[in-house]
Design a protein around this ligand. Sequence first.
Ligand code: CAA
Length: 380
Amino acid sequence: MQFELTEQQRMIKEAAADFAAREIVPIAAQIDEEERFPAEVVKKMGELGFMGMNVAEQYGGAGLDSVSYVLAMEEISKACASTGVIMSVNNSLVCWPIETYGTEAQKVRWLTPLAKGEKLGAYCLSEPGAGTDAAAQSTTAKKDGDSWVINGMKNFITNGANADTLLVFAQADPELKHKGILAFLVDADSEGFSVIRKEEKMGIRASDTAQLAFDNVRVDSDQQLGGDGQGFKVAMSTLDGGRIGIAAQALGISAAAYEASLEYSKQREQFGRPICKFQAIQWKIADMATRLDASRLLTYRAAWTKDQGARYSEEAAMAKLYASETSHFITNEAVQIFGGNGYSKEYPVERHFRDAKITEIYEGTSEAQRMVISSMELKK
Ligand code: CAA
């Protein structure tokens, strides 16, 4: 067993931390307050290779392993969880399925600009009536000659209002249930596509979360990703990787809140001494540090398992479940350690606290992760 990062992985982590400190930390509070999508930062991240980290170099990616991706995600999310999820969706939920299930022509046309960061992707699975029950798709795809016509509504779509490329899931034959679901690559400038509204959110306010409408959107048959009967498998296997990304995002949020709390506890004095001298705070620090480390180990293991080419659904679900619940715990303790200051927007732990909550919900709620984990355990 090897717990050391490779030289290359260390360099990626440092490069991401350095970029985040220079370009993201200074604007993180402001873009959260203004609900402003950080287009200029995302563009620079594309130029540096952060938007297609695992994609092969021949398709414009950085050709790195999943552990490197997780390390970078953690550092970017530590600075700003909104920027973290923008990056995660493009890498895990859009680039990965195109590289895995796409034809050569699809990789050249769709994957390459996404991996280079010239275009941005969104993953369109959730619907008003299809949240945890993802197979209950009511968006339809109807064959018409050599094309498909898509009709329906998607909601809670990260990057939805800023994306150029949409990975859309739609039901082509309800009688086949989940095997009737197909996946399509759709240009956001297609006729009939529109952004209905953007959500006003508690956290990750600088990333857009949109409701989208597809009104007779016509796509060519070569825009279908994966074969007939494969759409749900594309969706589910993609979410396995997405969950590793969200675990890393949660890890970044936890690390930011923990480090800020540690520092604050050494500075803040009450009863004539720094509050870190009190056991009440020391026990919090011990629990926060231990859970942070456990989240990190689970997340790195999930990424490592993916790199081994083995199935990683359970490892990904465990990492996401634990890291997200830990980010809730750690950010709550951080606000408590900061006291009144923690509740104020003057200190970043207030933002971390709000950002943490969504990691227990999107890309599968904690309850959905428990369903995945228990179903795999019971098969053993
Ligand atoms: N990889 C490959 N195939 C998989 C799979 C995986 N990880 N998981 C399931 N499948 C396959 C199964 O093998 C099965 O195939 P067969 O019929 O051929 O045997 C098929 O899919 C159906 O499997 P299940 O019976 O387990 O499916 P289910 O309908 O009972 O779903 C579930 C179970 C775990 C609840 C699943 O629906 C789920 O994960 N729900 C949560 C959805 C989710 O995460 N949504 C978030 C969307 S993205 C988002 O948050 C917004 C954003 O923009 C970030």
